[in-house]
Each structure stands twice: as C-alpha cells, then as structure tokens.
Design a protein around this ligand. Structure first.
Ligand SMILES: Nc1nc2c(ncn2[C@@H]2O[C@H](COP(=O)(O)OP(=O)(O)O)[C@@H](O)[C@H]2O)c(=O)[nH]1
Ligand SMILES: [Mg+2]
Length: 278
C-alpha cells in the first residue's frame, strides 16, 4: 500500500507557514512522541531554518518513556533543543516554557549588545494534523484560544496571546505536512491518525499494528482480547478477536472490518499500553 498523502489544503498551509514564520523568533515543532521522526519534514525545516526550532514530543503519555528519551537524545545530537509534553494534562508545560526562555536568552543578549530593547519572545506552534496543536496552545496559555479538533485552514487575523512567563504565542498554529517517503512510515502515520482516513485502508493498518504488537507486546493479545495463541497468523488472529468480542456478521461470520477498527482505536487511545513506533 502506498500512502500518497498531500491534500490540496497543504499547499495553502505551506504558504501560510512561510508567511507567518517571519513574525516569530522561535518555532515549536510538535511531533508525536510515538513516532517523532515519521512526523518530520525536511523541506519545512529548511524553510524555517533561519529561526530557532524546538522539537516538542507531544502525547508522551501514550509513548514508551525509554523510547521518548532515546528520540530526544537523537534530536539533541542533531543540535535541536527538545522537550516532551502531555498536553492533555499539562505535564511537561513548565519545562517547555523554561526551554523557550533559555533558547531565547542568546537572541536577547544579541539585541542588548546592539543597544536594542529586549522584547518578549514570539513563538509559533506548527505540527501535522491531530498532533495536538490546539490542545497544546490552550494548555500553555491556560485558557481556550484555539479550537481543538477543528478543521484546519481557517485564516483569521494574527493575534498574540501572552503567557505568564512573558512569552507571546501566535494564536493560530501552523499546519505541517509530513514527508512520506516509505511504506512503513505511511502506515505509522495512518496508525497515529495523522493522515486523512481516505488515504488508507483500515485493514492494512490493522495488519501492521497486529504485527508490531506481536513483536513488542505479544501478551496483549491474551490479556486484552483473550486470544491464547499470541503468534497466530494475522487473518486467524483477527477472526479470533472478532469471535471473542462477539463481532459477527449476519451470517455468523467474524466481522473483520469492525475488529480492525477496534484495534486501531485501542492503540490510539492508549488501551494497549505505551507503544512507540519509530
Ligand atoms: N493523550 C493525549 N492526547 C492528546 C494530547 N494532545 C492532544 N491530544 C488529543 O489529540 C486530539 C487532537 O488534538 P488537537 O489539539 O485538536 O490537534 P490539532 O489538529 O493539532 O490542533 C484531541 O483528541 C486531543 O484531545 C496529549 O498530549 N496526550
Ligand atoms: Mg487544531
């Protein structure tokens, strides 16, 4: 399966980011902590390269803590400051604000040495769809500025929202598109609910998840779905889960589509544990 995902509105999104980037000092690039490298886009990083980029590994509550640490180390080796965050609870918010201030410090000193007045850092949040941009902004700013789960692409006038620590956030986050280069990366992005659902078959993504679980956490098939032989081939496994759940068609046959949907949902909600993919 080739996931070829570059919807029309991404062209507009790219133009908007290129415009808005001029107004800020720092870009916070949100990545999914479960597969941060799959969310990246070198082309966009190049467009932004004249600004300071901070990578935020969001949804860390759903990711394997040791993987998150490793991913952060790799990004730091590339020279990027990083932090991890759970925007649904605000865990990590303090560290993010602290990081922004310390990254800005250098710029502030340069301003000072040129005899310029130091102003508050201006920050823009960017990230792929569903990564949690709106949730993140609302969480840091401490009130509802951005609509969560909203359809992207509604342009309004730029507004700045100031947080206590004297940081100004652009109220409209930038929509970023991942660069999908290989099949497995596309499957990960589909599993993470980042690519639009018309771009993939749930069945194929569920097969990918199933194989991943069999490698990383096979016991889950027993503990959650009551399947005793955790290494069954994919087809038989899906049918077993369907029967155990009572997901049957009219003819009494296992409902495979419904079972695939269940698997994906369980992964996305964290019901299968904290499983990272990159
Ligand atoms: N578990 C968890 N869910 C999150 C986190 N951040 C966002 N979400 C959820 O992810 C979904 C997409 O969030 P949203 O802010 O609308 O994403 P956006 O499209 O990037 O603006 C929503 O259901 C949020 O509740 C997080 O750190 N942890
Ligand atoms: Mg949003």
């Amino acid at each position: 399966m080739a996931i070829n995902w570059y919807p029309g509105h991404m062209v507009k999104a790219k133009r908007e980011i290129a415009e808005n980037i001029k107004l800020v000092d720092i870009v916070l690039m949100l990545l999914d902590a479960r597969a941060p490298f799959s969310c990246r886009n070198p082309e966009l990083e190049k467009i932004i390269s004249r600004k300071k980029i901070i990578f935020i590994l969001n949804k860390m509550d759903l990711a394997s803590p040791s993987s998150t640490q490793q991913y952060q180390q790799r990004l730091q080796q590339e020279g990027y400051p990083t932090a991890a965050m759970d925007s649904s609870t605000g865990k990590g918010a303090k560290e993010v604000l602290q990081l922004i201030k310390s990254v800005y410090q250098q710029q502030a000193e340069e301003m000072l040495s040129k005899g310029r007045r130091i102003r508050s850092p201006r920050v823009m949040v960017v990230g792929v769809p569903n990564i949690g941009k709106s949730t993140f902004l609302n969480c840091l700013v401490g009130k509802k500025v951005a609509q969560t789960g909203a359809k992207p692409g509604v342009t309004r006038g730029k507004q700045w929202v100031r947080v206590r620590e004297d940081i100004e956030f652009m109220d409209t986050p930038g929509l970023m598109w991942p660069k999908v280069e290989e099949e497995e990366q596309g499957l990960k992005l589909a599993l993470l609910n980042i690519v639009g659902e018309n771009a993939y078959e749930e069945y194929e993504v569920a097969l990918y998840l199933l194989k991943t679980l069999q490698v990383k956490t096979p016991q889950i098939f027993f503990t959650r779905y009551r399947v005793e032989d955790v290494q069954l081939d994919a087809e038989t496994m899906l049918a077993e889960i369907a029967r155990n759940r009572g997901y049957l068609n009219k003819g009494g046959m296992p409902d495979i589509d419904k079972t695939c949907h269940l698997l994906l949902q369980d992964y996305r909600r964290g019901n299968l544990g904290r499983i990272s993919l990159d």
